[in-house]
Design a protein around this ligand. Structure first.
Ligand SMILES: Cc1cc2nc3c(=O)[nH]c(=O)nc-3n(C[C@H](O)[C@H](O)[C@H](O)COP(=O)(O)O)c2cc1C
Length: 185
């Protein structure tokens, strides 16, 4: 496959543009997130790469104002007032069934690939998204009535972007790829 073939097959320019322009959104309008948009984002989640292709993550989605209020109360890191949220949970029992030892990083890394995929999909359709990991897992599990063994690991806040509100967490020079990369022979 030539470089040109690869370019046309995967439309990398659009993908790269989306990757580069996605920013965490912390100012969200109270307009409800259309169910079709929520489903598009959730559908993208199943395409996230996962260790051994095991799909140990489960997505618990809500656009219920009361549930969102409770999630905010339990999540000091939730600066946004989201109109919807997807809680990425890991099924620990399934991980054990598949032979993952508790200390292996795969299932945990999968939380990140799922979050990145959900946020990029949201961005692609004009829905703002932001991740939150600063929350009480036990309290969120209880509030959502999660079954034993399903652990909430990351909350993706969702809502249509609104003007104003909190900006980026750390301003300054954007890190370059050279800052992050070392070529080795
Ligand atoms: C694992 C993880 C946890 C995060 N937790 C929070 C959080 O609790 N609250 C928040 O506002 N942002 C959170 N963020 C978002 C980061 O602050 C954000 O990605 C970073 O500042 C860069 O901004 P950008 O994604 O808009 O470029 C988290 C990001 C990651 C990857």
């Amino acid at each position: 496959m030539t470089e040109a073939d690869r370019t046309s097959a995967a439309a990398p320019n659009e993908v790269l543009a989306a990757i580069r322009s996605r920013r965490v959104v912390r100012s969200m309008s109270d307009r409800p997130v259309a169910r079709a948009d929520l489903e598009t984002i959730l559908d993208a989640g199943r395409w996230a790469p996962s260790a051994g292709n095991r799909h140990l993550q489960r997505f618990v989605a809500t656009d219920h104002p009361g549930t969102l209020r409770v999630l905010r109360m339990l999540s000091p890191g939730m600066i946004a007032r989201p109109a919807a949220a997807i809680v990425i949970c890991t099924d620990g029992a399934l991980a054990v069934d598949f032979g993952f030892r508790p200390d292996v990083p795969g299932p945990w890394i999968d939380v990140g690939t799922a979050a990145a995929t959900l946020m990029l999909a949201a961005h692609a359709i004009g829905v703002g998204a932001g991740p939150v990991t600063s929350f009480s897992k036990a309290a969120v599990a209880t509030a959502l009535g999660l079954p034993d063994g399903l652990q909430p690991d990351l909350i993706v806040c969702l809502g249509y972007p609104a003007p104003g509100g909190p900006g980026p967490m750390r301003r300054g020079r954007r890190v370059t790829w050279q800052d992050l990369t070392t070529f080795v022979p």
